[in-house]
Each structure stands twice: as C-alpha cells, then as structure tokens.
Design a protein around this ligand. Sequence first.
Ligand SMILES: [Zn+2]
Length: 129
Amino acid sequence: MIADEVRAALERHARAEEPNEACGLLLLRGGTAERYVAARNAAASPYRFELAADPDALLAEDEGYELGVFHSHTASPARPSRADVENIGLWEGRAYMILSLRTSELAAFRITGGRALAEPVVTHAGAAS
Ligand SMILES: [Zn+2]
C-alpha cells in the first residue's frame, strides 16, 4: 500500500526531473509506503538511475521503517528494465516501485535472483503523519 500523499510526491518529483529519471527512497511501515525522500539521480539520464541518497535517510531503518526504492520511467512502461534487474544491488528483495510518466501507472515489485515479482499497489487516504 502507499499513502496517497506519497504517491502524489512521487509523481511531482518524477515530473520535476523530466526528461531524466527521478529516484528516491521509500520509507515503509507495516507494508505501507508512508514517506518519500527524494534523492538525486547521479546518472542524470532518461534511461537509467543511480541513486545518490542523503545518508541520513538510510538511518530511517533504525526508526523501524523498511527501506524501498523508487524511480521513474519517462517513456517506458512501469516494469523493471533489464538494467534495473541487473543493477539491483542492495535493493534485492526490497520494495521497488516504478512510475511510468507515459501511462501514469505506479507498479511495485520485489526483485530477487534476477526475477521481478509484481506486487499490488493500493493507494490509501489518511496515512499516518
Ligand atoms: Zn528503470
């Protein structure tokens, strides 16, 4: 699940970074993405991302959040590209969301062992503050 204001923040960030891909960290609790921390795409590319996050944001795990990663696709569907799967790195097995600006679809996955498994995305209003 994803808080509706988080979904809105993803969309705003993705639009602001166009024509490049946007990326950032998702902070999840109990399976719900409660917060979004925008990061810099060090690759500054329309085709790939290289997340440069504020190291402080990674400390959210100590506050009981599960970390996930978000990035946008400017022209392709909301599915992990081959490069996304190959470059999964430390995001292996974690929440992995992609927003397609072409279709406005937001999709969630877990990528493990070179395979991406889709997960449902349910937006819900009135998330925890
Ligand atoms: Zn991608």
